[in-house]
Each structure stands twice: as C-alpha cells, then as structure tokens.
Design a protein around this ligand. Structure first.
Ligand SMILES: NC(=O)c1ccc[n+]([C@@H]2O[C@H](COP(=O)([O-])OP(=O)(O)OC[C@H]3O[C@@H](n4cnc5c(N)ncnc54)[C@H](O)[C@@H]3O)[C@@H](O)[C@H]2O)c1
Length: 305
C-alpha cells in the first residue's frame, strides 16, 4: 500500500514517514523545504520538492497513485500568519483544496489531515473536546479550520474518506528551535547551549504537550480506522511552563537559569485537550509521559550537538 506524506521533511511529517516505512507502506513525500529539511526525509521514501498549491501536485499523484495521503504540509506559524495572512491562506487552504482535487480524481481512498488546537481559540471550558466552540483567533487558526469543512464536503460529494486530527502542542526530536518552534525545543536548545530560559509571565500558564512519536502513531493508525472523524490528539493533561522547566532540570540533573518577563499579549493562559474521542474512535492513547518524551528529546539534541 502506498502513502503520500505532504510536509514529510518537517518536524511531525518526517516522523510519520519513518513510522509508515516501518509499518511496511511504500512512501512518497511532497515538501517545498520552506521550513523542512531534505536531510530529515527518510532515504527509503521518494521525494518531490514541490509546493502543495502547485498544479504539478496532480502529476505526482497520477504518477504515484497513493492509497492514502497524510497531509502535514502547512505554513505552521501563528506569528507568520499574522504578518502574511495571504501566504498562510494560500498554503493552508488553497494548497489543501489543490491536494483534495487531485486526490479525488485519482482514486485516493483517504486523506489524514493535521488540524490544530488553534481552531478553538480562547478556551471556554477544560478539557477542550471536539464540540467546544470554534473561534480561531489568528489567520493560522482559521486556515487550519477551513480545510476540515472541505474534507467533510469531499467525503459527502465524492466518497473520499478522511480523519482530521487537532494536535495539541507537539514536541520532540527534529522540532526546529530556530523557526517558530514550540517552547520545548526552544528551552532544550537554550538549556544545552548553557543559556538562560525566558518565560513570559509567571510560568504558571499551562499547555498540553504531546510527544511527536505518539502523534505520528495516531496518523499511522488512521490509515486503518477513525474514518470521517475529527479527533483531538493530546495528553488530556495540563503542564505549566514552570513544571516543564522542573522536569527538564530533573532529566539534565542540573538547575537552569530562568528569566521571567512580562506576559505576551494574546497568549492563552491555560489549555488542554480532551482525547477521549481518539481513544474511543481510533483506539489511540499517548504512550509517552512528558518526562519520557522530554528525556528522549534531550538525548537527541545532546547527541546531535
Ligand atoms: N507542531 C505543533 O505543535 C503543531 C500543532 C498543531 C498543528 N500542527 C500542524 O501539524 C503539521 C506539521 O507541523 P510541524 O510542526 O511539523 O511543522 P513544520 O513546519 O516542521 O512542517 C511543515 C512542513 O511543510 C512544508 N511546507 C510548508 N509549506 C509548504 C508548501 N506550500 N508546499 C509544500 N510543503 C510545504 C515545510 O517545508 C515543512 O517541511 C502542520 O500542518 C501544522 O499546522 C502542528
């Protein structure tokens, strides 16, 4: 069976490629390398350097004839979406529609899509479940949400199956600390360089940190289940930034220098996502605790430094 992974040179996508190959799938990748790295693409996958919004995507799908598409390629930064909402919408919305058009024309059975917790906006209750109101507060949150409607419509119009995952804060190996990487990759990078960590606010703000290998496994499981569902991929647990720092200190066996600055405007104070539906409808549960995932992430960066 064949899987096409878009964004397979990126953080989450490259782990999906690895796990799909391990599971015995034949894998191809489309990525324009705007944030991804060619060196992260597993050499056993075929690689197409291409923009997902390009008409050439149809040629690749015609040639590869994938059974499944796992769609991770995206403009994945909230701040960039504020600076360039048109570029953000072009990649995340038009790029996805371009892919869906090619998919339905060439007999793709299913598209697995990476949506985001950003679709919910300001939390109105916790844990946030899939029926929580959707009021995205950034162009990125909107551009990740709109494709969910296309997926549902393409299922009804053309019988194209889908699973859409709303990821919480993903962390782990290969997350780029230099770009718009998550707090974990930034902290790990600074800690290993002996630099001070900057916390905005008092550090009591909480997030739901889910390990990348658990996220990749959910995507592989969706090739065999969870059809036409929208599911949170999360740990159902909130961790404060201060707790995260304490766990890092424990894993490193040393104290870290931390500087507290004024909170950033617009930052959400608390957030965690209910993952009951992913367990019930897909049989997925995270396997890694934050401590285990953090330790693996730290080891990876220690070795690659
Ligand atoms: N990392 C997180 O915490 C998180 C949370 C929620 C949702 N997501 C979603 O998960 C997916 C993967 O995110 P990530 O953290 O791995 O980001 P990433 O930036 O590392 O990966 C995205 C990949 O897509 C590629 N890409 C970008 N624009 C493209 C285009 N126009 N054509 C082809 N390729 C393009 C990039 O080069 C990169 O390799 C994204 O869809 C993102 O929106 C991520």
């Amino acid at each position: 069976m064949k899987v096409l992974v878009t964004g397979g040179a990126g953080f989450v996508g490259s782990h999906i490629v690895d796990q799909a190959l391990e599971a015995g799938y034949e894998v191809s990748v489309i990525d324009d390398l705007s944030t991804g790295k060619k060196g992260q693409v597993n050499p056993y996958a075929s690689f197409y350097e291409m923009n997902i919004a390009s008409p050439d995507v149809e040629r690749v799908i015609r040639q590869e004839m994938p059974d499944f598409i796992i769609h991770q390629a995206a403009q994945s930064s909230v701040p960039i979406s504020l600076k360039d909402p048109i570029g953000d919408a072009t990649t995340n919305i038009i790029g996805t529609v371009n892919l869906l058009e090619a998919a339905r024309r060439h007999g793709v059975r299913k598209v697995v899509y990476a949506s985001s917790a950003a679709v919910y906006g300001e939390p109105q209750y916790m844990g946030i479940d899939e029926v929580h109101p959707k009021q995205p507060l950034s162009p990125y949150g909107i551009s990740k949400y709109v494709p969910e409607f296309y997926l549902n419509a393409y299922h009804h119009l053309y019988g194209l199956n889908y699973t859409a995952f709303r990821y919480a804060n993903v962390y782990g190996e290969r997350q780029d600390p230099k770009g718009e990487g998550g707090v974990v990759s930034i902290f790990v990078d600074r800690a290993l360089a002996g630099q001070e960590l900057t916390v905005f606010g008092d550090g009591e703000q909480t997030r739901d940190f889910v390990y990348v290998q658990d996220v990749a496994r959910a995507n592989i499981m969706a090739l065999a289940g969870g059809d036409n569902e929208i599911l949170n991929i999360s740990t159902n647990q909130k961790t404060s930034v201060n707790q995260l720092i304490a766990l890092m200190e424990e894993a490193l066996g040393s104290k870290l220098a931390v500087k507290y600055e004024a909170p950033r405007e617009g930052d959400i104070m608390h957030s965690y996502l209910d993952n009951t539906s992913a367990t019930e409808k897909l049989g997925w549960k995270p396997r890694y605790s934050l401590q285990e995932g953090l330790t693996k992430t730290l080891r990876f960066y220690q070795v690659s430094k």
